[in-house]
Design a protein around this ligand. Structure first.
Ligand SMILES: [Zn+2]
Length: 133
């Protein structure tokens, strides 16, 4: 299966994200004298538009092309992806409730029926941690 088959037009997006993650980890590993990264954990908001499968695929492609400060830095690296639910918060009564994706909105607050909602979380994408030795 090719990256395009998995992701369609999003392919470039996830590939550049994966490369950015790898570059960031590489720089941090170099600064800390880490020669072998064993695990990278990413947090991806469910509304960030990033597809975890595409990112995983891109990660494997990216580690072949992103220059590592020392050979084999990413050879044993495992990618963990934590998907974070988005939360909607009602501006009228303050009720907070999870929403699956953007197609879920607008929908009324389960507590008071208001549709005046703000989104809290679910848009993030960051490197939570990485491990190595
Ligand atoms: Zn409400």
């Amino acid at each position: 299966m090719t990256l395009e088959e998995v992701t369609g037009r999003r392919a470039m997006h996830e590939l550049s994200l994966a490369q950015e993650v790898l570059r960031t980890v590489n720089d941090s590993a170099r600064d800390n004298g880490i020669r072998r990264v064993t695990r990278i954990r990413l947090v991806i908001g469910k509304m960030s538009g990033v597809l975890p499968e595409a990112l995983r695929f891109s990660f494997d492609a990216g580690r072949e092309i992103v220059p590592a400060w020392t050979p084999g830095l990413f050879a044993a690296a495992r990618l963990d992806i934590v998907e974070k639910e988005a939360t909607a918060k009602c501006r009228r009564c303050g009720e907070a409730f999870p929403v699956g994706d953007l197609l879920d909105l607008p929908r009324p607050c389960p507590a008071c029926g208001s549709t005046d909602l703000s989104l809290d979380g679910g848009l993030e994408m960051f490197i939570d941690l990485f491990e190595g030795d």
